[in-house]
Design a protein around this ligand. Sequence first.
Ligand SMILES: N[C@@H](CCC(=O)N[C@@H](CS)C(=O)NCC(=O)O)C(=O)O
Length: 235
Amino acid sequence: MEGESSVKLHEMWASTYSKRVELALKLKGIPYEYMEEDFTNKSQLLLKYNPVHKKVPVLVHDGKPIAESYIILEYIDETWKTGPKLFPEDPYERAKFRFWASFIQQQLFESFSRVVISQGQGEALEQAVKDVFERLGVFEEGMKEYLAGGASFTNGENLGLLDILMVVTFSPHKVHEEVFGIKTMDPDRYPLLFSWITALNEHPLVKQISPPHDKLVELLQIYKPTNQARGSESH
Ligand SMILES: N[C@@H](CCC(=O)N[C@@H](CS)C(=O)NCC(=O)O)C(=O)O
């Protein structure tokens, strides 16, 4: 089935949600057609395929559209049985895995997004930065325990969903430091997370999907805090 199916991905080069899907497709070795979207002039196809949210990513498999990145990731894992599994097979392992996937999405990604959109607005920025660092501490401890329990990822070969979420959230941590003055992947505070992301950033497929540093810095200038010092002071 894989050989003949048509797979198209509507995305945007800097979209972290799109990068989740792009990395999953590459990890599974699924060929796909890249459909770049311009948010100022969305294609008729995107509006037709995702009339509810009108957002990327949208995966179109043999003409059938699927929207929402997490749902697409599940669809990919269930549809293509070849290549590494993104989710563990065992129901209990899967449940624990989903717990941390949800933590990355709902706690880490959410608080980091608040740093970005607060645009240096005093209290909102300070609270968001505080939340990011607190939650990174919780995540560091959680991962120590999770890995001690025998879970394996971060080995640079069989990347799974947690790696994907980690990549899209933190692989541009040097860009975040440059633009927002917030050092998320601090080796002294979060040694496990730092070594994990450093290993992930060396993975050839991660390199392929990562937006160029300078281009991303330029794009994010619109979100740059007016008082950048605040972000750096707070950690
Ligand atoms: N919950 C969605 C979020 C998707 C999303 O926010 N996509 C952004 C790009 S990262 C988008 O399409 N923005 C265009 C717009 O809002 O007009 C998912 O997981 O796929």
